[in-house]
Design a protein around this ligand. Structure first.
Ligand SMILES: NC(=O)c1ccc[n+]([C@@H]2O[C@H](COP(=O)([O-])OP(=O)(O)OC[C@H]3O[C@@H](n4cnc5c(N)ncnc54)[C@H](OP(=O)(O)O)[C@@H]3O)[C@@H](O)[C@H]2O)c1
Length: 336
């Protein structure tokens, strides 16, 4: 066999392997590799102080449960104290932590003037912050033409400026110690955009732009890492709480959410991303994962596809269904 033919066969084999990996993936291929061969959260994330915003529900709540099993000290923040206390109790029941290891710290991300004092409280309590998980946020379900400008201000204030503000308070401490992990729970909507979520997409795109720039500014501090985590649809209260045409109005009844990725699987992949200091990860089942790859490498084709599917998304939403459920039949595997 000639060398040329051998090389061509190897290239073909590599292509087939990559294609098979991609079809089975529920995250980008770097993340899938890290899950298989990389550092384990159980080795890397122990004995750390982790501050999670949006810890009263959904992804942040599940993050608290999985982190509490790793033996970290936890700071749980959100607005609803009673929900945070519930999460704390469950962490204590299921994990190895003691009461003194978990601080419930009420925080409104939009009240940026309170962030400095909140940071001081964490430092007084635990003496350090190893990981800041910027997770708190709100989504949107409304058409731009029907939506008040206040909704756009609210989404930027909460998802973007709230996150930037808290990071600004915590970063000097990380710089002083020359170490720390800044984690942003972004979204695939921070990479591609879809109808009914123009303000949400804008806030998440802004986060990606900001933190990619910040990472580059921190290049002289290799011990400080910035991870931009972009989940696709995940089971949580995000749709129920999504803002509609007015700031005071939420979706309320979210419709069927069972087709979405299990919260526990998303959070496990987030922990793997943190343990391996991955700079950007995409966590999603197909076809959303495929859409993210297409959006990156074939934007024109993706705009066309989103235009076609977006029409159906709007129809679904207007008829009271979850925007994505009926036309994206689950191709997903069960992970848990
Ligand atoms: N689930 C998904 O499909 C999905 C996909 C991609 C990205 N994400 C992102 O994941 C993050 C978590 O969302 P989730 O899916 O877990 O939704 P969720 O169940 O609705 O949880 C949202 C969390 O954010 C907190 N929050 C809302 N407004 C806040 C404020 N003003 N100040 C402080 N905290 C506030 C909520 O707590 P309080 O109401 O108690 O304040 C709650 O703990 C969000 O950033 C979201 O954009 C979710």
């Amino acid at each position: 066999m000639s060398w040329g033919l051998l090389l061509a066969l190897c290239a073909l084999l590599l292509l087939v392997v990559q294609l098979l990996r991609f079809l089975r993936a529920d995250g980008d291929l770097t993340l899938m590799w890290a899950e298989w061969q990389g550092r384990r959260p159980e080795w890397e994330l122990t004995d750390m102080v982790v501050w999670v915003t949006g810890a009263s529900s959904g992804i942040g709540e599940e993050l608290a449960y999985q982190l509490s099993k790793l033996g970290v000290s936890l700071v749980l923040s959100a607005r609803r104290v009673e929900e945070l206390e519930r999460v704390k109790r469950k962490c204590l029941e299921n994990g190895s932590l003691k009461g003194k290891d978990i601080l419930v710290l009420p925080l409104d991300l939009t009240n940026t003037s309170s962030h400095e004092a909140a940071t001081k409280v964490v430092l007084q309590e635990f003496g350090k912050i190893d990981i800041l998980v910027n997770n708190g946020g709100r989504s949107q379900r409304s058409l731009f033409v029907d939506t008040s400008l206040d909704v756009y201000k609210e989404l930027i204030d909460l998802n973007y400026l709230g996150t930037v503000s808290l990071t600004k308070c915590v970063l000097p401490h990380m710089i002083e110690r020359k170490q720390g992990k800044i984690v942003i729970v972004n979204s695939l909507m921070g990479i591609i955009s879809a109808p009914l979520a123009t303000g949400y997409c804008a806030s998440k795109h802004a986060l990606r732009g900001f933190f990619n720039g910040l990472r580059a500014e921190l290049v002289t501090y290799p011990g400080i890492t910035v991870s931009n985590i972009c989940p696709g649809p995940v089971q949580s209260n995000i749709v129920k709480n999504a803002v509609t045409e007015e700031v005071t109005k939420s979706v309320g009844n979210p419709g069927d959410q069972s087709y979405k990725m299990a919260t526990s699987r998303c959070v496990r992949l987030m922990l793997i991303s943190m343990a391996n200091d991955l700079k950007e990860v995409w966590i999603s089942d197909h076809p959303f994962l495929l859409a993210a790859y297409l959006g990156q490498y074939m934007p024109t084709l993706t705009f066309w596809i989103i235009g076609k599917l977006g029409k159906k998304r709007i129809e679904n939403f207007k008829s009271g269904l979850d925007a994505d459920s009926s036309y994206f039949k689950p191709l997903k595997k069960k992970h848990d």
